[in-house]
Design a protein. Structure first.
Length: 363
């Protein structure tokens, strides 16, 4: 694809002013789908479709190269790009159509697509060198915009942020966080919370830790659900006491397409209703020194989920469960040597391809 630029008459007049020492100030660059007739006398592009982002001009001698970027992701309607219009500030006329660039091959710009086009528009701005071009800040990404992002990308460590909040405010706090986490948030919780907590779509080099100073300081009566997270999610000394609304489909910890680590937590059902920890859809859950009581099932896996249970717990930490381990369609469970085979349940249940291992052996 080639583009050919043509000055308007007002653009040529402005070029003469820049040759005399004036600064060329580009106010905007637009993309159009029309065909500008009589470019020398044109005052505007006839069919403007979008405004392009304008970068900082690079000047050498009497030539300036202006980088502009077209992005289709936020377009409201698809169009055919045929020409670009460069607008500039004339010290006497105000904003003028400075130059029109024609594409030798029109391009379809699909609204909402990931299409990004970069154009480098060359301008001759003076006869004797010392070119000066200044761009309007509209659509321009500045160093102040890029600086914080650059520092995070180039950081060699992951900082930690510690906060202490009531358990009832956990969801609101999570909702304020960016999905791209670049810090490890250590959240100390207290009190009782009676709604589902959703931890969803976090990614990056950061992480989340939910903790209590002592077991029983923080109690949840419904699920903590971790979904589509590529960051580590850790829990320490958190207690669940599922309430009377617990059903076979209520969980303490539900992990889907994510990874969770829980240590010294207590997972308690209600009259053998509710489930302890479940890992599904290639998730993993590592449970260390955790207790399981009065649950419909202590741990569950399906569709490639993996659960690991370790610790030096006494048999009394696993009691009153209907089913210890439930596996479905590719689930895998690893038990530490001191962990009871059925996690306090009457039996384990395996359906289709799955496995339970303990002490290096299948059980």
């Amino acid at each position: 694809m080639n583009i050919q630029g043509t000055y308007t008459n007002k653009g040529l007049a402005l070029t003469a002013k820049t040759a005399a020492g004036a600064c060329l100030r580009v106010t905007r660059v637009v993309g159009g789908s029309g065909h500008t007739p009589d470019i020398p006398n044109a005052a505007a592009l006839p069919e403007i479709r979008q405004t392009l982002a304008v970068g900082e001009a690079r000047c050498a001698g009497n030539t300036a190269v202006l980088p502009v970027t077209l992005a289709a992701v936020e377009l409201g309607a698809t169009y055919t790009l045929t020409e670009l219009g460069v607008y500039a500030e004339d010290p006497d006329e105000g904003e003028i159509l400075y130059c029109v660039y024609r594409l030798d091959e029109p391009m379809t710009i699909q609204a909402g697509s990931d299409t990004v086009l970069r154009f480098y528009l060359r301008q001759t701005v003076s006869k004797d060198g010392g070119a000066r071009v200044r761009c309007s800040p509209a659509g321009l990404i500045t160093e102040s915009d890029c600086g914080p992002v650059r520092r995070k990308v180039l950081a060699t460590g992951v900082p930690s942020r510690a906060v202490t909040i009531p358990a009832s405010e956990l969801q609101a706090y999570l909702n304020t966080l960016p999905r791209l986490l670049t810090e490890h948030h250590v959240i100390t919780l207290s009190g009782t919370h009676s709604d589902v907590v959703s931890v969803k779509d976090f990614y990056g080099c950061g992480g989340l830790t939910f903790r209590a100073d002592n077991l029983g300081d923080c109690v949840f009566t419904k699920d903590i659900k971790i979904t589509n997270c590529s960051i580590p999610v850790c829990m320490q000394k958190i207690k669940w006491e599922l309430d009377e609304t617990a059903s076979p489909y209520r969980y303490c910890i539900l992990c889907e397409r994510s990874a969770v680590y829980a240590e010294e937590c207590s997972l308690n059902g209600h009259a053998k209703a509710g489930r302890g920890a479940e890992a599904a859809f290639n998730s993993s859950a590592v449970l260390v020194n955790c207790a399981f009581h009065d649950l419909e099932s202590a741990v569950r896996t399906y569709f490639g989920g993996c659960v690991e249970v370790y610790g030096e717990n006494l048999e009394t930490d696993y009691s009153g469960n209907a089913v210890g381990i439930y596996l479905l369609k590719g689930g895998f469970v690893l038990l530490g040597n001191s962990i009871p085979d059925t996690l306090g349940g009457m039996y384990n249940e395996k359906n289709q391809v799955n496995a339970i291992m303990k002490d290096g052996k299948f059980i």
